[in-house]
Every structure is written in structure tokens, then in C-alpha cells.
Design a protein around this ligand. Structure first.
Ligand code: ATP
Length: 242
């Protein structure tokens, strides 16, 4: 299905909706910081967290119901953040382009939609399913993640430059621009969190209490920095990532 071309948006239809897709395995403070930065810097009406059912570029991910539940817990106190279960309810391989089509179908052609991504995703955008269709469905906001410059391939740099616009332009059209999303760097990844959790699980299997050795205490403190307390409690209660 081809998307309609982006439409100009009237002054009365300024609400911009953000879509933040991901594996969220598990959701961490970097994801929340990204959503907060997008709400603030791009003046969004809402950020929709869309956990992938089956991320097609990852294997061995945690059950989608757990990942969605952790997202729900993490955003409970975050104004204007909502959980969008579209990909999970749809099941199967999750493609961002399909989720954007679904969001476009439910919001209509005039509402500006912005897909929020970290720079790691921007660097591999041209491997995504039907990636060239993305700007026909939404704007793109790119946050630098852990590095000073984007460092894109020539093709992606051209794609970026052709569409680059100041963030203040987002409400002017429903889709089509690429904007920078400034945010303070948050040095955390779900990969690191999973490794920390697996290591703590090993220690408790070996009989030591959490935090009882210097290394374990450092790990426990780091986990408390990376995850919302309610997410950490959820993980521990269900022995996830063990
Ligand atoms: P993993 O380490 O398992 O690959 P991840 O931490 O990158 O996971 P994802 O669920 O894949 O998390 O990320 C969802 C989105 O959030 C992506 O666009 C990613 O670039 C962005 N993101 C994740 N962590 C950060 C962070 N620390 N700062 C800014 N953006 C982030």
C-alpha cells in the first residue's frame, strides 16, 4: 500500500504526535530521557511507545507481554507518554513502516507524526523494510547517542540533508522532514542492562546476597541508575534476564 503524499497542516492542527518504537528489552532511563527530550524540544502533544512484537533484526528477545508491561510501569508517571500495543497485538515480524501506516490511518492525513530514533538507528535506516517510504508517513527526529557526530553513509547523509529542517517546522506538514533532537547523553543500553541482570542472577544462584561483594554492589548501584525501581522490581519478581 502506498502512503498519501505529506499534506500541509493548518494552524488549527498543530499537535504533533511522536512515535518511539523499540524492543525495550528492558525499557531503561535512556528511552525515558529520549521521550522527555522529544516532548520538550519538539513540543509534542504525545509520545507513543511502540514495543516490537518480534523485532526482525534481533533474536532471543523477552516475551512481548513482559516488555510491554515494563514499558507501562516505566511511563506510569510520565505525562503525555502512552503505551501503543499495535505491534504486539498484530504479532509476527514488526516493521516500523507498517506501524506508521497504522498510526497514519488512525490519526488521519493532516496530523504531523514524528518517528523518534537514536543515531544508532539512523545509521542503519537503509536496512529497514521499505525505508524510503518512512518520510511519506512521518517526520524523523534523530537524537545523538553516545557520539559527537552522526557519521552516516553517503546515501543516508544525502537522505538526511535533503530533508533536514529546524524542529520548529514540524507542525507545518504531516510528514517529510528530518530534524535533530538535542538531548543530554544518557550512556545506557538494554544490552548493558541485560548483562548486569544476568551477572546478578548468577551471583544469587551462587548463594551471595545482592550487593554483598564490591563488584556486586557496583552492579546493583548501576542497575538502580539504569532502570526505574518499578521495572527492576518487576524483573526481579519474575526472574527475567536470569
Ligand atoms: P539493545 O541494547 O538491546 O540494542 P537499546 O538500548 O538500543 O537496545 P532499543 O529498544 O533498541 O534499546 O531502542 C529503542 C530506541 O531508543 C532506538 O531508537 C534507540 O536508538 C533509542 N535509544 C536507546 N537507548 C538510548 C539512549 N541511551 N539514548 C538515546 N536513545 C536511545
Amino acid at each position: 500500500m502506498q502512503a498519501n503524499p505529506p499534506v500541509a497542516v493548518g494552524a488549527s492542527e498543530r499537535s504533533v504526535i511522536g512515535i518511539l518504537g523499540g524492543t525495550f528489552d528492558p525499557i531503561h532511563v535512556g528511552h525515558i530521557a529520549l521521550a522527555r527530550a522529544a516532548l520538550r524540544e519538539l513540543n509534542l502533544a504525545q509520545v507513543r511507545f511502540v514495543p516490537a512484537a518480534q523485532p526482525w533484526q534481533k533474536t532471543g528477545v523477552t516475551d512481548a507481554a513482559h516488555r510491554a508491561q515494563m514499558v507501562q510501569l516505566a511511563i506510569a508517571g510520565e505525562p503525555r507518554c502512552v503505551l501503543d500495543r499495535h505491534e504486539i497485538e498484530h504479532g509476527g515480524a514488526s516493521y516500523t513502516v507498517d506501524s506508521l501506516r497504522a498510526a497514519r490511518a488512525s490519526l488521519g492525513d493532516a496530523v504531523p507524526i514524528v518517528l523518534i530514533i537514536g543515531s544508532d538507528q539512523m545509521r542503519t535506516l537503509d536496512t529497514w523494510h521499505q525505508w524510503q517510504s518512512l518520510p511519506t508517513l512521518a517526520h524523523l527526529a534523530v537524537a545523538l547517542r553516545g557520539q559527537a557526530v552522526l557519521a552516516l553513509s553517503c546515501a543516508l547523509q544525502a537522505f538526511y540533508n535533503e530533508r533536514w529542517a529546524p524542529a520548529s517546522d514540524l507542525p507545518r506538514a504531516s510528514a517529510g522532514s528530518v530534524v535533530e533532537l538535542p538531548m543530554a547523553p544518557v550512556d545506557v543500553s538494554a544490552t548493558e542492562v541485560r548483562a548486569l541482570l544476568a551477572q546478578s542472577a548468577l551471583e544469587s544462584t551462587a548463594g551471595s546476597a545482592p550487593g554483598s561483594t564490591p563488584d556486586a554492589a557496583t552492579r546493583t548501584a548501576r542497575l538502580a541508575c539504569c532502570l526505574a525501581p518499578q521495572v527492576l522490581d518487576y524483573i526481579r519478581a519474575r526472574h527475567l534476564y536470569a
